[in-house]
Design a protein around this ligand. Structure first.
Ligand code: GYE
Length: 350
């Protein structure tokens, strides 16, 4: 009996101490929240690390959504697997984050998990590539590039170049190295090329998947060179593929450059963030790059601020981009858009 009474007293004491601790903890956080700003918890699911564009994008996000800027960021790298991204999103939902930011690998297959986020009342911001979902209310907004427009600009540049050099459209023999199939960047850039092939009458030899990586760019370019001996333009869907393709072309004993009338193979690509690609551009090994800007961190930060203020941001937020080239004669390209034609300046890098 006595033993039981002692145990009961100890338990009572422990309970009292824990209540006391908790109430002092509550009053501390109450004090903090009145003097400090709210910490916003964000779960960010990045698709992977396939390219320099991606690394720059990740860095921009981590810097903008930092602790100093008032964020508690939970970052997950999907390692190029959608299943990993879905798992990350479910974990964020379980952790009851304030916002989910998703950089999706491919467009399809997101309805279910985004439905779960919606059910949990967590706003989702899509960054870079898009999701193709039946109900666009499953996400709050999107920020990224107009990939089809990038493709239009780059192909308009190729057309301006061949016209300038007096090259017949039927003599433009293109090897097409695609990005990850089913990603918005691939879909838009591929559409840009296919439309231009029809419009101008170029000879498209074939398309192979380079997965946005240098290694695959090298591999598929080597295959192209084994299959065709008349390639004079290589349309790479990003700079890493272009770097790999240039290696393969040079390893096969051929020259890269814009002088296609004299046997050079002209390489064009997208991004413009990679320092090796920038160097190749200056040297003329890459003739034109359609810029794709990866610095979305501050843009996502601004969207969250808008939402925190109780306002509704634009649903689709496009980034302005240019063309970079080492060919000085072409200063501007004209592109057809839904509202008519529009001119874009070409930044000459030398
Ligand atoms: O161009 C490429 C990256 O989705 C815009 O993905 C992005 C693309 C970018 O791997 O380098």
């Amino acid at each position: 009996m006595r033993k039981n009474a002692i145990i009961a007293t100890i338990l009572l004491l422990l309970a009292t101490i824990s209540v006391a601790c908790r109430s002092s903890a509550v009053s501390e956080t109450e004090q903090e929240s009145t003097s400090e700003k709210k910490i916003v918890t964000v779960g960010f699911s990045q698709l992977g690390a396939e390219s320099d564009w991606r690394s720059a994008n990740t860095e921009s996000m981590l810097t903008a959504l930092s602790q100093e800027n008032g964020f508690n960021l939970i970052y997950k790298n999907g390692q190029q697997k959608q299943a990993n991204q879905v798992t990350a999103l479910r974990m964020f939902i379980q952790q009851e984050v304030d916002y989910i930011v998703l950089a999706p690998e491919t467009e399809t297959g997101w309805d279910f998990v985004l439905g779960e986020a919606k059910e949990a009342g967590i706003p989702v911001i899509i960054v870079d590539r898009r999701v193709a979902v039946d109900d666009s209310n499953l996400y709050t907004c999107w920020v990224g590039s107009d990939f089809a427009l990038e493709g239009k600009k780059l192909t308009a540049w190729i057309n301006a170049f061949t016209e300038l050099k007096g090259i017949d459209p039927g003599e433009v023999h293109i090897a097409h190295i695609q990005g990850t199939l089913g990603s918005t960047a691939q879909i838009g850039r591929t559409r840009g090329l296919n439309d231009a092939v029809k419009k101008y009458g170029w000879d498209l030899l074939g398309a192979k998947n380079g997965d946005f990586t240098e290694v695959r760019g090298r591999e598929v370019m080597a295959e192209f060179l084994r299959e065709y001996n008349n390639i004079n333009v290589v349309y790479c869907e990003n700079d890493n593929e272009a770097i790999g393709a240039i290696d393969a072309i040079e390893a096969a004993g051929k020259r890269v450059g814009p002088d296609i009338a004299n046997g050079e193979i002209m390489v064009v690509s997208f991004d413009g963030i990679n320092t090796d690609a920038q160097q190749y551009l200056k040297e003329g090994k890459i003739s034109c790059i359609a810029e794709c800007n990866p610095l979305h961190g501050p843009r996502v930060q601004a969207l969250i601020k808008t939402l925190e203020a109780g306002e509704t941001p634009e649903k689709y937020n496009y980034v302005q981009e240019t063309l970079f080239s080492s060919v000085p004669e072409i200063k501007v390209v004209t592109v057809d858009e839904s509202e008519g034609t529009k001119e874009y300046q070409v930044e000459i890098k030398r």
